[in-house]
Write a protein that binds this ligand. Structure first.
Ligand SMILES: Nc1nc2c(ncn2[C@@H]2O[C@@H]3COP(=O)(O)O[C@H]4[C@@H](O)[C@H](n5cnc6c(=O)[nH]c(N)nc65)O[C@@H]4COP(=O)(O)O[C@H]3[C@H]2O)c(=O)[nH]1
Length: 695
């Protein structure tokens, strides 16, 4: 078969134009077979590449291999053509066929080129370049994102905000250093734990319920949690918790950003305390008191249970302030507040309204006996001595009680009624409690009206000074007089000093009124001196005036303005004023004495006098109170007291003046006991200046 093929190939039939090269039949078969094998291997390479290339993902690489495959394919074809030329009758024909084959291959390659991407299911080189550019862009973007992420993670690491990321079950996956710093836990201790590790137990459960309800529904939550650190310390965290969602919109994690707001909370608390609590006693202040009163009214209405309002005021607290100073006064108020607070139930409110004013709300105590019992308890507790600055202070308090709703259903009216009852309790001497009553209200209102009128009395010229003579008991001559204040009220007529001096004292008006009396008296002494009547006039000093720092200066200015010698003015100070703080009184009295003024102790015998102090007081005279003088003729005790006081005063080198002498008998007794001077209706009533010499 092969032999016949070979012979046919070598026949002139097949190769009519002769051999291209030296034909040797043995070689021919060898050449053809080996060339065919080479062509076969040429063609097998592109196909092998096709299979191999499909597995590669790198597009450019695939392209290169495809081109290489194509090249090999063309080489194979060219080689195949060159085998065929063996049988070409002439060289030129063989060359022409080769050129044509190469041209056809080239044209085929050029034609196949644009189709190649489709045939090979590959992007075109342009697309490849485009894709490459896109890839470069993506890489750049990726790099930017990475940079951004690096920055973000740095920001998280250095952030002062606490950041925690948990999985959907709440297991901590990440926490930043700030979180570890504040909580005291290390990241290792926290990862895998639940944030509930920080629960303090003080945050209401409803807060956590709200939190989970919000975030489980894909929403956000913001709020405050009181958490506990590793060392047990509590801290306030302002939390913002939000879900992190994946591409499908499913919640994959939660992120919590929080801040430690403990300091803010503390200052908030401080501000709140300042707004609602009295900084001195730490008791509710007036604002909180009104709020509590409002609440008490709401509860009382709802449960129809009455409650009591107690208004409390310390008796003569001003004296303590004036004598021991404000610091001691403040400490006393703190002690008073504590004492009242300890007496009462948790549900009762004790508030300090200002100064020495306290208020108590007693819910659910409707029966008057019950309320009275509590008020009594407070009054007696205040009677126990207070230890302040090394002093043992004895104070007392007065309480006014009004009951809701029987006395009033309106807050302001209820307060007014309790206040009015308090006035009544004080009016009755203090150290007691009073329930509100119509009567006490009327008295209070009258007193309030008087207080208002007194404020204008000076400006309206309603005040006057009356003078009462003082006589020498031995000669019967007028040796001096006492200036006594009078108020001619436009409606009530002449108002007695006992009625308005305490009001003036309480309101502080006494300072202005006292100065007016001083100047009026000095002017009058000047007038009398000018008329050739030279005698001293005594003026009364109230406690408040006596403690006025400017007292000595005010007196010397008044004397200087009228050109008067100081011995023409005498000062009368009650025994209780000087004895209240004897040490301080001694200093003040010495100052007045140095100015050349004479001082007498008024109402002697009515208070408690320390004879030891009396000896040291630079005073000139003692005035025996009229309560002893009244009965000297009939009451042996009074007679003995007066005799003893006269003897005592003389032994101390003091002058003695008896007050309230109404009869000749009293005058004679006093004279017989050696009393120096006397004053009373028997010798002359207090009268206006121009009438003093008519009697
Ligand atoms: N029953 C009776 N009473 C007599 C008799 N003789 C005088 N009196 C009254 O006894 C009081 C004496 O004044 P006081 O003890 O200093 O007591 C004074 C004094 O403490 C105070 N006071 C009066 N004027 C002033 C003042 O200008 N300043 C201050 N701070 N207190 C004054 O008011 C108090 C009362 O003053 P008045 O009502 O004027 O009462 C005066 C006087 O009118 C008498 O024979 N029988």
């Amino acid at each position: 078969m092969l032999d016949s093929l070979m012979s046919w190939l070598s026949s002139a039939e097949f190769m009519p134009h002769g051999f291209c090269y030296q034909w040797r039949s043995d070689l021919l078969s060898l050449h053809v077979v080996s060339d065919l094998l080479i062509v076969l291997s040429y063609y097998s390479i592109p196909f092998a590449l096709l299979v191999f290339v499909r597995r590669r993902t790198d597009l450019a690489y695939r392209w290169v291999l495809h081109l290489f495959g194509l090249f090999i394919f063309l080489c194979g074809t060219t080689h195949l053509m060159s085998i065929l030329t063996v049988w070409m009758p002439a060289y030129w024909l063989a060359g022409a066929i080769k050129v044509a084959t190469a041209a056809v291959s080239l044209v085929t390659a050029v034609l196949i080129w644009p189709l190649l991407p489709k045939l090979l299911a590959l992007p075109s080189p342009r697309q490849l370049l485009e894709a490459n550019r896109e890839l470069a862009k993506t890489l750049a973007a990726h790099e930017a994102v990475e940079q951004q992420l690096r920055k973000l993670s740095l920001a998280l690491e250095y952030s002062s905000s606490m950041v925690v990321i948990t999985d959907i079950h709440g297991n901590i996956e990440y926490c930043n250093p700030a979180f570890c710093r504040v909580t005291g836990y290390s990241a290792e201790e926290l990862i895998g734990q639940k944030p509930s590790i920080l629960k303090s137990g003080f945050t209401d459960d409803t807060v956590y319920r709200d939190l989970w309800a919000a975030i489980a529904g894909g929403g956000e939550w913001q709020g405050e949690l009181l958490d506990r650190k590793k060392n047990g310390e509590l801290y306030w965290a302002l939390e913002y918790i939000a879900p992190i969602k994946d591409e499908q919109g499913r919640v994959s994690q939660y992120v919590a950003v929080s801040h430690d707001i403990s300091e803010l909370k503390n200052s908030e608390e401080t501000i709140k305390r300042l707004a609602f609590y009295d900084p001195l006693t730490d008791l509710p202040n007036r604002a909180l008191f009104r709020e509590r009163l409002d609440q008490a009214m709401v509860w009382a209405r709802r449960e129809s249970g009455p409650f009591a309002l107690l208004y409390l005021d310390l008796d003569r607290f001003k004296n303590i302030n004036d004598t021991l100073g404000h610091m001691a006064g403040d400490r006393l108020l703190v002690a008073v507040g504590q004492r009242i607070r300890h007496l009462l139930r948790e549900i009762d409110t004790v508030a300090r309204l200002g100064g020495d004013e306290f208020a108590v709300i007693l819910p659910n105590v409707g029966r008057p006996e019950e309320v009275g019992g509590v008020a009594e308890k407070i009054v007696s507790a205040l009677n126990q001595p207070f230890q302040v600055d090394g002093y043992e202070l004895f104070v007392s308090g007065s309480i006014g009680v009004a009951v809701y709703p029987s006395d009033a259903t309106d807050m302001d009216r209820l307060i007014m009624l309790a206040d009015s009852a308090l006035y009544h309790a004080k009016d009755g001497g203090g150290n007691r409690f009073e329930f509100y009553s119509e009567l006490s209200n009327a008295v209070t209102l009258e007193r309030l009206a008087l207080e208002m009128d007194l404020r204008y009395a000076l400006d309206r010229g309603e005040l006057m000074v009356y003078y009462q003579p003082k006589v020498d008991l031995r000669s019967g001559d007028m040796v001096g007089s006492e200036a006594l204040l009078r108020w001619r009220h436009p409606v009530h007529g002449l108002v007695a000093p006992d009625q308005f001096i305490p009001i003036a004292e309480e309101t502080g008006l006494i300072v202005a009124i006292g100065e007016w009396v001083l100047r009026t008296v000095c002017r009058q002494i000047r007038r009398w001196c000018d008329q050739g009547r030279r005698f001293s006039v005594a003026i009364n000093l109230s406690a408040r005036q006596f403690r006025e720092r400017e007292l000595a200066a005010v007196i010397s200015a008044a004397l200087a303005d009228e050109g008067l010698a100081p011995e023409l003015l005498e000062l009368e100070i009650t025994e209780s004023i000087v004895m209240h703080n004897a040490e301080q009184a001694a200093v003040i009295l010495s100052g007045l004495k140095e100015q050349g003024l004479s001082v007498s102790i008024d109402d002697f015998g009515t208070g408690y006098s320390s004879l030891n102090y009396l000896k040291r007081f630079p005073v000139d005279a003692l005035k025996i109170d009229r309560s002893f003088v009244r009965d000297i003729a009939t009451d042996n005790d009074d007679a003995r007291i007066v005799a003893a006081v006269v003897a005592l005063a003389h032994s101390l080198g003091l002058r003695v003046i008896a007050e309230g002498v109404e009869t000749a008998e009293q005058g004679e007794f006093l004279l017989s006991e050696g009393c120096d001077q006397a004053q009373g209706y028997f010798y002359g009533r207090p009268v206006p200046a121009e009438e003093l010499f008519k009697t």
